[in-house]
Design a protein around this ligand. Sequence first.
Ligand code: EAX
Length: 323
Amino acid sequence: MSLTRRLALAAALALPTGPALAQTTLTVQHALPLNSHYGAGATAFKETLERATNNRFRVNIQRNDNEREMIESVQIGTLDCTITSTGPVGNFVAEVRNLDVPFLFRDTAHARGVLDSQIGQELLARFTPRGLTGVVWMENGFRHLTNSRRSVEAPADIRGLKVRTMENQVHMRAFTTLGALPTPMAFSELVPALQQGTVDGQENPIPVIVANNLNQVQRFLTLTGHVYSPAVMICNPGVVGRLNAADRAAFMEAARAAAAANRARVTADENTGVEELRRRGMTVVTQVDSAAFQQALAPAFAEFERSLDGALLRRIREWRPGS
Ligand code: EAX
């Protein structure tokens, strides 16, 4: 149909004339229930982007509890975006492994500050050469140990425990150093492995333990806080590359809203989750000698200084607000 006839028709129907009609649906996958800190982030992303673009962009949220597979799908372009922990990310973007070093971050404010700083931006830029777009840092939380065998109160209590870890070499090295037997597996395999006794324990943030009812397959919780678990929104470069300036601004506004909603939910879950897990029958050890765990990990720390980026680790440790 000619432009003139289209203009006449559009005027008659009061419809916009350009390609603005086109609606784009983006699929965002993550590993947790919708009622979770990832679900809160994904929902904020959806609501903000749809509102900011008058529904020219729609967001479809799906659950897929295999984070490595989601990242691969984003890389090959069969999935638009994923919200994932950094668990398997180091296998795609090696520099991110530096964030997975145990006891690297003093507390949540330190972690969020570093990820929102120049350091965080530099690390997001390392996704691009790997055919991925690192959009925004989000949060999983500080990880704690659970198991079904015994109450863990000191590093020696971990010896001999079969512990599921994420597909993460840094975490596996740390647990081996503590004398545990780490078994890497995707989140999708965790509950059956705990039920069948393939592994005795696992480690995750309180929000994940609560959202997935891991109290049903684990008896003991120790608040080790042994490592901060960042999360990140990763998208296919084509998805972001196709956006015009206005849509890219809306997209980034939505990504920031996702990170804010996600972090707020982690804080809320961490404030109520331990009591909730106690109420559900778990035996909880809250007083943990963190220095003893750090001392026991000294050989691993020495190796990380050599095998990872020692200068970056120092920069992260020395980071202060305003620095
Ligand atoms: O990102 O695999 C894990 O233990 C992660 O913490 C979980 O998938 C959420």
